[in-house]
Design a protein. Structure first.
Length: 641
């Protein structure tokens, strides 16, 4: 297919280069001339579809060029591009046949749009000329084969001509549609908008920019369209009507909406990931501090009589510390950095076991209904995480209901296909168990719904921590699942949680600590760079009979082991320390004391210490913060094993 030729006549080379640059991505062939005489020769030689003409030029100016070209068949559209032309000169150019003009310097995008419009207009004009010569050929080529709708109205807005695509688009017969006007096909809210476009664009310059509106089909369906309108004039310049090219953009709008949804999901995912990294980063320091608070308050309580007024004060300190541990645990769950022990779970059975507790939790005024999916697939998750999901969502639903209401929990099997996954971020096609929570509470407005999974965001005032739904989000994401929410203000909310089906039916064994005597006489080496925690561990162990050696860093620990001739039964070491981590330290000490047992401890999150490959069947780990009793239980079990 031959490219459209455009002739640029301008004595400024920089203008020619600018025009070429503006149109470099368009499918045109650009021919240029530096004056009117040269331009006239090139016009006769190449017969371009469009001429872009300067007014002020040597040898032959733009107006003279137009006068000369009138003697030849004028088959090209003409755009006047001038920086200094007066209104009278421009008017004279219009009398000599130019179609449009633009002043220098020009806007790239307006210029490109004008060129496109002019060529489209010229192409259409040529088609209409062919139509007048050969009606059947014109109709077949332009009307019958055109995928976009093409419609013409008179100046009263009545449709006088349209192509089959336009008729099919609206759902009318040809006879029906020719009895209508454009207002009959356009929702009323668009009438003033479109009249303004006709007034300020079509009548003012002969065409409109591409704009969007809506049409109404015969069956009442409203759908979006994109169109551009052009003015029709007779030979004397009188306005005869307007014709437009119309494109149904329903599919494009749907794709744009899906893209926007995916983009929002991606931004939400990035935000959650950033908050998660921050949460994991601060967890270590908090856990060290909480270890000190819990440990020393626990030791103090063992030495104070319950009747002593200080006992209750210290007990409150310990309780506050424990609540802080729970808060950090929820935050780490949201951040997907909490270590968990997954097991094969039958959701119906798990929820049934907690149904009585859930009914007590929501109260008597709220009806609770559990609909069990038949032959439900199993999932593999930490059971405590399932409990957290259920409890958080039930409490959320309860708080959203004022007075009498209803909460429905439902399970089912579902298969997510590629179409579903293409509109939801970070989920792959496959078989899932669907866990649904619905209530008829107050619902969530559009401004709030985008924030509900953010940590610390709450609508409950001082009563809420803002970690309930963020915890649910973290659990579901950690288990390669997906959570979706549907809500309408005043009509309730539904949370849908998709958990991957578990194919592996093997049980995951869990170590249960056997509560034996916590006392002992063995020698234990404790290595910890936090002095208060080191002292806490030393006191807890020594008060229960153990011989304790302490070191504040790995280098000091190795030196002590090299000097210590007797047996060291157990090494308790922090994982992350200066100079050397706990894994490297344990390997060096094992080289000196092959029979030594190892217990690792850390306040860092599982993803950090997981890189050291500590979590396997041969190694023991205790997470800070812990009570002295937890330390003693772990030490005793390792030594007894």
């Amino acid at each position: 297919m031959l490219k459209h030729k455009i002739l640029v006549v301008d004595d400024e080379s920089i203008i020619i280069d600018t025009i070429k640059d503006a149109l470099k991505y368009e499918d045109y062939e650009i021919i240029s001339a530096s004056n009117g005489e040269e331009g006239l020769e090139l016009y006769l030689l190449h017969k371009p579809i469009l001429i872009i003409l300067d007014l002020k030029m040597p040898k032959m100016n733009g107006l003279e060029f137009l006068e000369r070209i009138k003697l030849k068949p004028l088959d090209a559209g003409v755009v006047l591009l001038t920086g200094h032309g007066s209104d009278d000169e421009i008017a004279a150019c219009f009398e000599h046949g130019i179609n449009a003009f633009m002043r220098k310097p020009f806007n790239y995008y307006e210029f490109i749009g004008m060129v496109r419009n002019m060529i489209a207009l010229k192409n259409t004009t040529l088609e209409l000329e062919k139509y007048s010569k050969n009606l059947e050929k014109k109709y077949n080529n332009l009307f019958e084969k055109m995928l976009d709708g093409l419609a013409q109205t008179n100046m009263s807005g009545e449709i006088v001509m349209c192509n089959p695509s336009f008729i099919e688009m609206l759902g009318y017969s040809k006879e029906e549609i020719l009895k209508l006007g454009y207002k009959d096909l356009t929702p009323e809210r668009w009438h003033s908008f479109e009249l303004e476009i006709v007034k300020t664009q079509v009548l003012a310059r002969g065409y409109s920019e591409i704009y969007e509106k809506e049409y109404i089909k015969k069956d009442g369906t409203v759908f979006p369209v994109e169109l551009r309108s052009y003015l029709i004039q007779d030979k004397e310049g009188r306005h005869e009507g307007i014709w437009a090219i119309i494109r149904d953009i329903t599919h494009r709008k749907r794709a744009e909406a899906e893209h926007k949804k995916l983009e929002e999901q991606y931004l939400q995912s990035q935000k959650m990931e950033a908050i998660g990294r921050l949460s994991g980063g601060i967890a270590h320091d908090f856990n060290n501090l909480l270890s000190i608070i819990l440990g020393y308050s626990h030791l103090a309580l063992t030495k104070i009589d319950r009747l002593n007024p200080l006992y209750q004060d210290i007990h409150e300190i310990k309780s506050a510390g424990q609540r802080s541990v729970d808060l950090i645990s929820q935050l780490l769950t949201f951040a997907r950095k909490q270590k968990n022990v997954p097991q094969i779970i039958h959701l119906n059975q798990r929820i049934s076991n907690t149904e009585k507790m859930l009914r007590r939790l929501i109260g008597e005024d709220i009806e609770f209904k559990f609909i069990q999916g038949s032959e439900l697939w199993t999932v593999k998750m930490d059971p405590s995480q399932i409990d957290q999901i259920i409890a958080n969502l039930i409490v959320n639903s309860r708080d959203a209901i004022e007075g009498v209401g209803k909460i429905v929990v439902e399970t089912s099997n579902t298969v997510l296909d590629q179409n579903f996954c293409s509109t939801h971020l970070n989920i792959t096609p496959g078989e899932y168990v669907l866990l649904s929570f619905s209530d008829n509470g107050s619902g969530i407005d559009n401004l709030t719904i985008d924030k509900i999974f953010d940590p610390f965001f709450t609508t409950k005032g001082e009563k809420g921590t803002g970690l309930g739904l963020s915890t649910v989000y973290g659990i579901v994401t950690q288990n390669q699942g997906f959570i979706d929410v549907f809500s309408e203000k005043g009509k309730g909310t539904t949370f849908k949680i998709y958990i991957p089906k578990c194919e592996n039916l093997s049980k995951v064994s869990s170590n249960i600590l056997i509560d034996k005597s916590l006392k002992g006489t063995e020698t234990i080496l404790v290595v910890e760079d936090e002095e208060l925690i080191l002292t806490l561990c030393k006191r807890a162990l020594e008060e229960n009979g153990y011989n304790v050696i302490t070191a504040g860093n790995p280098v000091e620990a190795i030196a002590l082991v090299e000097k210590h001739q007797e047996k060291i039964h157990l090494l308790i070491t922090d994982v992350i320390m200066p100079d050397m981590n706990g894994k490297e330290l344990s390997e060096q000490i094992k080289a000196l004391k092959p029979d030594i047992r190892i217990l690792f401890m850390s306040g860092y999150t599982a993803d950090v210490i997981g890189n050291l490959n500590l979590f396997n069947d041969e190694l023991w780990f205790i997470h800070k913060p812990f009570f002295p009793e937890d330390l003693l239980k772990n030490a005793r079990k390792i030594l007894d094993n």
